[in-house]
Design a protein around this ligand. Structure first.
Ligand code: ADP
Ligand code: GN1
Ligand code: MG
Length: 371
């Protein structure tokens, strides 16, 4: 999917939605790897009204209508819960702006799929943890998100990306990418390929337990990156969980693990100096404490025990996804430089290796917090 979109295509999309005021400016926004995101500013009665316009990536999300049904369902459900606890339903979750035809999304004649959310103003996103407190808040917010959705009718949710965190099939996809070696890149990634292949046994660690009924299927977010939380500028509190495209039945360990992968790494996801990559055990502990608080006793003893495995497996899985995408020609994750996906895979594997070194310490932290 091309990342360049003609201005008239964007204007045409904006015109399809019920926005307050008249659009004054539109510019790219945020650092997501998947959708094309724009900030739209409108003039409205002498003030500004801001919106997030997104072109959904429909080569990844094959059924945008089903995706938007999930997002509309989950956000209206959360709005109700937020009202019940006297929160602000317009700031503590997303809301879907309808098109002039009353739909949740707009399909243009180029087969692009668009949606709009009110921009949640006076907030910021973190690409990297700046202090323990923020990460703790983020953990409470993601734990609470899962707990709030515990009684959501899971059977009404569409699976927006089939087998999204089913690590054994991610591994099969990775092996196929290595075997096909479509661009002849495998030779430049031999150590990484070997690292990934050597850990095949781990890929089943969680899904086998799920299949045996020993781990519960819950409604989870499935993409709990640090930058999928908005923080309030005034209170610096985690305010709103965003990026709801992959809210689906899943394991609590996926949500825990993906946050550790992004927030407790001492370096950035695409850092090229691997000496900067590692697991910050203190942040691991902080996040665990916050996540347990947010889940408020809802995790089973086995889930709690397996939190380190969630962290390791989500990091490993992301690594094989980046590496497969590198081998396939960078068709999934947006890249901004040559070898970007290979660099990303390397950081993930470096982090996995560091988790393996710190395995006993991670387990000891869980034991201590669980007493
Ligand atoms: P992607 O799936 O590509 O990651 P996201 O939905 O996470 O897309 O949006 C990308 C970025 O846009 C976020 O990280 C955040 O910075 C910003 N963003 C998205 N929705 C909103 C919103 N409603 N209000 C304010 N910022 C938002
Ligand atoms: C993508 O959309 P974004 O940037 O929040 C991806 C996640 C990966 C992540 C890696 C739908 O997340 O699964 O873990 O990149 N989202 C999708 O940074 O594939
Ligand atoms: Mg995102």
């Amino acid at each position: 999917m091309s990342q360049i979109i003609a201005p008239e295509t964007i204007d045409n999309a904006i015109a399809a939605f019920c926005l307050e005021g008249s659009p004054r400016s539109v510019r790219p926004h945020g650092n997501g790897h998947i959708n094309d995101t724009f900030l739209v500013i409108c003039d409205h009665a002498g003030a500004e009204k801001k919106y997030i316009l997104q072109r959904m990536n429909h080569s990844i999300f094959r059924n945008p209508q089903a995706l938007m049904e999930n997002v509309a369902g989950v956000t209206s459900y959360l709005q109700k819960k937020i009202k019940e606890r006297n929160g602000d339903p317009h700031r503590e979750t997303l809301s879907v702006v309808k098109t002039k035809n009353g739909e949740n999304y707009f399909e243009d004649n180029l087969h692009n799929f668009w949606r709009v959310f009110p921009f949640i103003d006076n907030t910021f996103c973190l690409e990297k943890v700046e202090n323990d407190r923020d990460f703790y808040d983020c953990a409470v917010a993601f734990g609470d998100f899962q707990r709030q959705l515990a009684d959501y009718p899971a059977e009404t949710l569409h699976e927006t990306i089939p087998r999204f965190h089913y690590t054994p099939s991610r591994f099969q996809d990775f092996k196929k990418a290595v075997a096909d070696d479509a661009l002849g890149r495998a030779a430049s990634a031999q150590p990484e390929i070997e690292f990934a292949l050597a850990r095949e046994a781990d890929t089943h660690a969680l899904t086998d337990l799920l299949e045996k009924g020993e781990l519960p299927l819950r409604v989870t977010h499935n993409d709990t990156k640090l930058n999928n939380i908005l923080f309030d500028n005034d209170t610096r509190k985690a305010l709103c969980v965003i990026d709801l495209d992959t809210v689906m039945p899943g394991l609590s360990l996926y949500d825990f693990g993906d946050s550790i992968r992004t927030g407790a790494n001492t370096g950035a996801e695409d850092e090229t100096d691997l000496s900067k990559i590692g697991l910050n055990l203190s942040l691991f502990e902080t996040f665990t404490e916050g996540f347990l608080k947010g889940c408020a006793g809802s995790l089973t003893p086995l889930e709690v025990k397996l939190l380190p495995m969630g962290a390791k497996l989500m990091t490993y899985e992301c690594g094989i996804r980046f590496l497969a995408d590198y081998l396939e020609g960078d068709v999934y994750f947006k890249i901004h430089r040559e070898n970007h996906n290979l660099d990303r895979a390397r950081t993930q594997f470096e982090l996995v290796a560091d988790m393996e070194r710190k395995w006993d310490e991670m387990a000891a932290i869980i034991d201590r917090l669980n007493q």
